[in-house]
Design a protein around this ligand. Structure first.
Ligand code: ADP
Length: 604
């Protein structure tokens, strides 16, 4: 390992990791190495048997040998082929298994990462870690093992053959060969540079494709198809530019190398020919020698590139490990954590403060206590901290200061899973998986029975429309539920939350307005969902706010007012201003009418 590190293959930790990931598959690798050794020996043998072919068959015209040598050739090539198959297959199998393990490990680690991790990562980048980086590692594994074992063995075997055949010629060849391989090393650097640039260009290209198709409605609504095409074409051209440079250099390396190699071959032919003519060597020795030199070309060429692949693989391994090294929220790894017993649903915040970036406070010193079964409406201007507050209840983030208690117990004492099993969440975006209606609802409860799914769908007022879908519960909803209307999507999400049957419910009310019929059904579904649960609802509708047992009015990360709708209206604070802003004239007219009524009543 130290040797590898010293000759610039990478730092010791990276190489140690590299060897670590190979360890579980050492049997396959040893098998492959054995085949590689066999392959190398038989490659050397193929060069060696040129000599008896030439000398015995063509020059000595030995008839007996003419019968045995073709069989020998067949046998040598057959065994060599067998070894080649074994070395390639066993190594590929090991490489693929390593990569599959790593991919699975990475995905499961990522799934358990905290929400804050995903705030700072783009989906495209993570996708590239799981696919491209892992692929690069596989490439490095197979290239490195092949290079370090098969190519080195083959070169050694063939070197033995050339020295054995003619040591003087071998010395000439050894002098010229390194010069012939110079271009490879020089070009290697350029190749790496342009490979990096073309990969970057390809990544940008991929992100344009991703973004354009994701935002296809916006692109069309703003008639910007041509703009997107132009953006794509420019990036595509940039990629082409670097890819062509790469191809130019790559294509030049081989012929240049061969031209320089020709100097060596010319010298060998000159000196070797002289030896044959003067009878110091047989023609067989000479051709066997040339054969070995030709055979040595491929392994030396691939060996010269191994560092590039190894470097790319090690860099990818580092990127993958940088994620694997970050702490995830896998509950099982914390034995001190407890399972949350079945709860009643009382929620208390004690002097809770929170910040996303460590400086600006998204919540500051928030305290409240909510009884089981209460419905709390959170209102306030955008950015006032409503979402942040509910995110803390499910421990998507932890408070900077203060504690959050459920039924009087600090929520940090419990495993994430046992806490989250007690909290149902319905988000504004109505997230649906591209799966059947049944599976989208059943997501709320592992191993849900058919009757439970139907019951939940009924309570969410979704059953009737589901039955009218082409395949009923088995209808695929399309990516993010695209095949359903907004109201239908909402009701499926509500059914999912009903099925989960958690004592605490968090809801972000959808802001997009539905037509009044759909609205009514969603409202009824929500009533069924909220029944008997402690509910926190980020409210946008008057009807919701009026039904709440209490309203928390938020501003600048604080709860500034608290009470029922009527109380807050009459106290004339922020809530009233927000309310007037939203309901404007209609509200003022109502108030005037109320005042008049009061006045008349008093007068009477
Ligand atoms: P609301 O739900 O009331 O609109 P939020 O709770 O979403 O408000 O936001 C409160 C503050 O926290 C805002 O200033 C917002 O910019 C900031 N914020 C929200 N989410 C994040 C995040 N993931 N990373 C950094 N800052 C955030």
């Amino acid at each position: 390992m130290k040797v590898l590190s010293h000759i610039g293959f990478g730092d010791q930790i990276a190489i140690k990791r590299f060897i670590e990931i190979l360890r579980p598959y050492k049997k396959l690798i040893i098998l492959s190495v054995f085949c590689m050794a066999g392959f190398s020996a038989f490659t050397a043998l193929t060069a060696y048997i040129i000599r008896p072919v030439m000398d015995d068959v063509f020059f000595n015209k030995d008839l007996r040998r003419l019968f045995s040598i073709p069989f020998l050739i067949l046998l040598v090539f057959f065994i060599k082929g067998l070894f080649q198959w074994g070395s390639d297959y066993f190594l590929q199998a090991a490489g693929l298994s390593i990569v599959s393990d790593l991919r699975a490990k990475l995905f499961s680690h990522l799934t358990f990462m905290p929400v804050s991790f995903f705030d700072n990562q783009s989906g495209g980048e993570l996708l590239s870690r799981i696919t491209n980086d892992v692929q690069e590692i596989q490439e490095a594994v197979s290239r490195a093992v092949t290079g370090l074992v098969r190519d080195v063995f083959t070169i050694l075997g063939l070197t033995v053959v050339i020295f054995y055949q003619n040591w003087q010629l071998a010395l000439i060849a050894m002098g010229v060969l390194p010069i012939a391989f110079c271009p490879l090393f020089v070009f290697g650097k350029l190749l790496r540079k342009f490979a990096h640039k073309s990969q970057q260009a390809m990544a940008k290209l991929a992100s344009i494709i991703h973004e354009t198709f994701r935002g296809v409605r916006i692109v069309k609504a703003f008639c910007r198809e041509d703009h997107e095409i132009k953006k794509f074409s420019n990036q595509n051209r940039e990629f082409l530019h670097y890819a062509k440079k790469l191809a130019f250099i790559d294509a030049m390396a081989s012929p240049l190398m061969e031209c320089i190699g020709a100097i060596g071959v010319a010298a060998i032919v000159g000196y070797g020919g002289y030896q044959v003519i003067t009878g110091k060597a047989t023609p067989g020795t000479f051709f066997s020698f040339i054969g070995a030199i030709i055979l040595i070309y491929r392994p030396v060429k691939s060996l010269s590139r191994i560092n590039t692949y190894l470097q790319r693989g090690l860099a990818s391994l580092e990127r993958v490990y940088s994620i694997l090294g970050q702490e995830s929220q896998r509950a099982e790894i914390a034995p001190t954590y407890l399972e949350l017993p079945s709860i009643r649903g009382g929620v208390e915040f004690r002097n809770v403060s929170f910040s996303y970036d460590g400086t600006t406070r998204a919540l500051s010193n928030v305290s409240f206590s909510v009884e089981p079964g209460e419905v709390i409406a959170l209102v306030g201007p955008s950015g006032s901290g409503k979402t942040t507050l509910v995110n803390l209840i499910a421990r998507f983030y932890d408070p900077l200061e203060g504690v959050i208690l459920i039924d009087g117990q600090d929520i940090r004492r419990f495993t994430y899973h046992s806490l989250r099993r007690n909290v149902a969440i319905v988000t504004q975006q109505n997230f649906l998986f591209n799966d059947t209606v049944r599976n989208n609802i059943a997501y709320g409860k592992e191993g849900a029975q058919e009757y439970e799914i139907i019951e939940a769908a009924r309570l969410a007022y979704a059953y009737d429309f589901i039955m009218q879908l082409p395949d009923g519960l088995d209808t695929i909803v399309g990516e993010q539920g695209i095949k359903l209307s907004g109201g239908e999507q909402q009701r499926i999400c509500i059914a999912r939350a009903i099925l989960k049957n958690a004592p605490i419910l968090i809801m972000d009310e959808a802001t997009s307005s539905l037509d009044s019929e759909a609205e009514k059904e969603v409202q009824r579904a929500l009533e069924n969902l909220m029944a008997g649960r402690t509910t926190f609802i980020i409210a946008h509708r008057l009807s919701t706010v009026q039904r709440a047992s209490r309203i928390f009015v938020m501003s600048g990360g604080k709860i500034v007012e608290e009470g029922r709708h009527e109380e807050l209206i009459s106290s004339g604070g922020l809530y009233r201003r927000l309310y007037e802003l939203q309901y404007g004239k209609a509200f003022k007219l109502n108030r005037t009418a109320e005042a008049l009524e009061l006045h008349v009543a008093k007068g009477n």
